[in-house]
Ligand binder design. Structure first.
Ligand SMILES: [Zn+2]
Length: 154
């Protein structure tokens, strides 16, 4: 259940994005912002930092709302910085990951292992490479699916 606080912030940012250019609205990263604000709210009872990030975002959105259609590039930069800071905290302190995280980790590992084993075992990079890539993709996708199931994806 979304709390009233979350609802207020989400309503405000939706209002902002309706009042600005499509391009600016895209840069506000509405969906990501909503996911983060919900997470911060859910941890805010037990984590002081989450509470602080939440309060900070709240006043930041209020500022943006007051500026309305005069949102500048600096405001956007500021906004992205705040989103990044909050999501970094959520990932480090609360062990959340971004969508496709494991895929991006295991895919290159699989690829390089495929090259190495392809050369060492099969003496043929053409056999090793697809095997390695396939393995990397399979492991990465499985871990991502597992994290999603456990509700660990930000
Ligand atoms: Zn926290």
């Amino acid at each position: 259940m979304e709390s009233q606080r979350v609802k207020n912030v989400v309503n405000s940012i939706e209002e902002i994005s309706n009042n600005v250019d499509v391009q600016v609205a895209t840069e506000l990263e509405l969906e990501k912002f909503n996911r983060i604000i919900n997470r911060l709210d859910s941890f805010s009872n037990e984590c002081e930092e989450c509470e602080q990030y939440f309060t900070d975002l709240e006043s930041h959105i209020k500022d943006l709302l007051e500026k309305n259609s005069t949102i500048t590039e600096d405001d956007i930069k500021h906004h992205k910085q705040k989103i990044n800071n909050s999501s970094t905290h959520l990932m480090k302190k609360h062990n959340l990951i971004t969508s496709g995280f494991y895929f991006s980790v295991y895919m290159p590992i699989g690829t390089s292992l495929g090259v190495v084993f392809g050369l060492l075992i099969f003496e043929n990079i053409g056999i090793g490479l697809p095997l390695g890539v396939g393995l990397g993709v399979a492991i990465g996708a499985a871990l991502d699916a597992n994290a999603k199931k456990k509700g660990l994806v930000l």
